[in-house]
Design a protein around this ligand. Structure first.
Ligand code: F6R
Length: 258
């Protein structure tokens, strides 16, 4: 696991460099897209590069991590709407190239199975972007999630509903109780993973993710078993890392393979 500490306002450009390199190597690359606040600067940076003609996603695809249950298409808080507004509409993806699980399907279990199939048929995710919840969730795999889980229906914790009420005009009662989410096993299938976290509220979760025991109590700790993960954090989110000096040292003395 690579831990990189950088100012919050540089994180977007750092990950945009990664995305640019991935689609330059493989124009039909598949990106894994998180919603929420954490990836916004990344999406801004990539949108800018697409506008400048430096990057094109015209042949790329995308899979979202999760979706609320029961929000109809077009609902402003439905993640498919959010990703459309925050990212897809600002870049040059082909129509339909970015997909998410259908949280409004009549048969949610079938929708989860279809989503897994679509990801498999697309050849899997080349670069997965992740945020992390204060309780250590990635996608909506809340504490207690099976470390081998696949896309399924989950019940959100009270903390996640309270944290996300800001997207629902501050009304926690408007936040759905359930979601469809890629499982931890699904996320682990991605060929590379970049997790971004900023701010003090993420410090404990980041500490557990990088240095804690692998446990369903902190679902993100499963990433310790992935061979290619970069954790990109600002000083505040890094503040509970015991080995922070070593991570800085590795940044200064990076071993560059020619
Ligand atoms: C969203 C998602 C979540 C968020 C996490 C952090 O698709 O999968 O795991 O990444 O809740 O949210 P923010 O970035 O809003 O703090």
């Amino acid at each position: 696991m690579d831990v990189v500490i950088a100012p919050a306002d540089e994180i977007g450009e750092i990950v945009a460099d990664d995305i640019a390199a991935v689609v330059s190597d493989r124009p039909d690359a598949v990106l894994g897209l998180a919603t929420g606040s954490s990836p916004l600067r990344i999406y801004d940076a990539v949108a800018q590069r697409v506008a400048n003609g430096e990057v094109s996603l015209a042949r790329a695809g995308g899979f979202m991590l999760d979706e609320y249950v029961g929000l109809p298409p077009g609902h402003p808080c439905r993640y498919s709407t959010v990703i459309e507004v925050d990212f897809v509409s600002r870049v040059d993806f082909a129509p339909g190239a970015v997909r998410g699980p259908d949280g409004d399907a009549a048969d949610l279990h079938a929708a989860c199975a279809e989503y897994e199939k679509a990801m498999r048929e697309a050849g899997g995710v080349d670069l997965q972007i992740l945020g992390i919840g204060a309780d250590g969730h990635i996608a909506f795999n809340e504490p207690g999630s099976s470390l081998a889980s696949r896309t399924r229906v989950k019940t959100l914790t009270a903390q996640t509903r309270a944290d996300n009420a800001r997207f629902f005009g501050g009304d926690v009662d408007a936040v759905p109780y359930h979601c469809l989410t890629q499982g931890l096993g699904t996320i682990m299938d991605a060929r590379r993973i970049v997790l971004v976290a900023t701010g003090e509220t993420k410090a404990e979760a980041v500490g557990q993710l990088v240095e804690g025991p692998v446990s369903a109590r902190w679902p993100a700790t499963i990433l310790q078993h992935h061979p290619r993960v970069t954790v990109l954090v600002d000083e505040a989110a890094a503040s509970q890392l015991a080995l922070v000096d070593y991570y800085r040292h590795t940044q200064t003395h990076r071993h560059l393979v020619s």
